[in-house]
Design a protein around this ligand. Structure first.
Ligand code: PMP
Length: 308
């Protein structure tokens, strides 16, 4: 059996549903892509990633996602022999090759191959760029809003730098938090940090609206500073709303007028219940709905074309 990765001929008809993906310099069928069992990402969760969206043939916030990826790599001391420009071009190329105009793209980089913790024994970072068709919350959830519960799994030490890196390793915590939310039949789990302040949902940032103003926890609360969060802050500011990063407690959320979550996959989604309390009147609020419309208008028009 051939042990090398199979290269796909550019004219070869694609076999749905498995998309083509990029793996370490080659384009391969995703269902045939193989990683080594001594990949540090597999052994230790030693890597970083990005989740990116394409809408209508344009990649939304491509530069921002690639910039965050390279910041994450810098923090974890991985030197990628691929420039940010090559990364951007490869993401666009893989979408073109799959004829995907609307997609979710998972970019994952691990430190590379090596058994043992010492990074000096690890070489050749693994780079995987895997597009997939979108599976999102049903539209009904955007209309009705999400029921959220506070989970007992906390963000460990909010003041530690590592919690702010989009690293594969830290997501075990978020997955455990998701288990809790699922067990309670909730749409999402809200995580507090070690100081008891509101941090974020398992894969999304949190906003509340109080007296017409948007409030969201700061980076120092131990959150991942989402690219969707930044886009919403910018859209809201341009629309004349006050936006403030502030430490929030559950009291602030229970008594807020409106609340919503933001993330690349979820986009903006209203949060209408938290821990059996209605937020506002228990329906998506008017400012949330207005911002959702504005956000969708932006994703429908902005972005970097996948075409050359
Ligand atoms: N927080 C966490 C823990 C996340 O994993 C994500 C991304 N899924 C976000 C927030 C939102 O970030 P972004 O808007 O960049 O997707």
């Amino acid at each position: 059996m051939a042990r090398t990765k199979k290269l796909i001929d550019i004219d070869e008809p694609q076999v749905p549903p498995a998309p083509l993906m990029y793996l370490n310099g080659e384009v391969v069928h995703a269902h045939e892509a193989k990683l080594s069992v001594i990949d540090h990402g597999f052994l230790y969760g030693d890597g970083v990633f990005e989740g990116i969206r394409a809408y209508g043939g344009r990649v939304w916030k491509l530069d921002e996602h690639v910039a965050r990826l390279y910041k994450s790599l810098k923090v974890i001391l991985v030197d990628l022999p691929m420039t940010p420009q090559e990364m951007r071009d490869t993401i666009r190329m893989i979408l073109r090759r799959n004829h995907l105009t609307d997609a979710y793209i998972r970019v994952t980089v691990s430190r590379g191959l090596g058994l043992g913790l010492d990074p000096r024994g690890v070489s050749n970072p693994t780079v995987a760029i895997m597009p997939s068709k979108l599976s999102l919350y049903p539209e009904e959830m955007y209309e009705k809003g999400l029921n959220v519960v506070t989970v007992s799994t906390r963000i460990p030490t909010a003041d530690a730098w590592e919690v702010r890196v989009k690293s594969t390793g830290k997501y075990l915590n978020n997955i455990m938090a998701k288990f809790e939310a699922n067990r309670m039949g909730a749409g999402e789990g809200l995580m507090l940090n070690s100081a008891g302040c509101v941090a974020e949902a398992t894969g999304d940032n949190v906003f509340i609206v109080v007296g017409g103003k948007l409030l969201t926890p700061p980076g120092s609360a131990g959150i991942l500073e989402g690219i969707t969060r930044a886009a919403v802050m910018e859209i809201a500011t341009a629309a004349g709303y006050g936006v403030e990063e502030r430490n929030l407690t559950l009291f602030d959320l229970y008594t807020a007028d409106e609340a919503f979550l933001t993330g690349t996959a979820a986009e903006m989604i209203p949060m209408v219940r938290l821990d059996d309390r209605k937020i506002g009147n228990g329906k998506p609020g008017p400012i949330t709905n207005k911002l959702i419309r504005m956000f969708r208008a932006r994703t429908a028009s902005d972005g970097v074309s996948i075409e050359d």
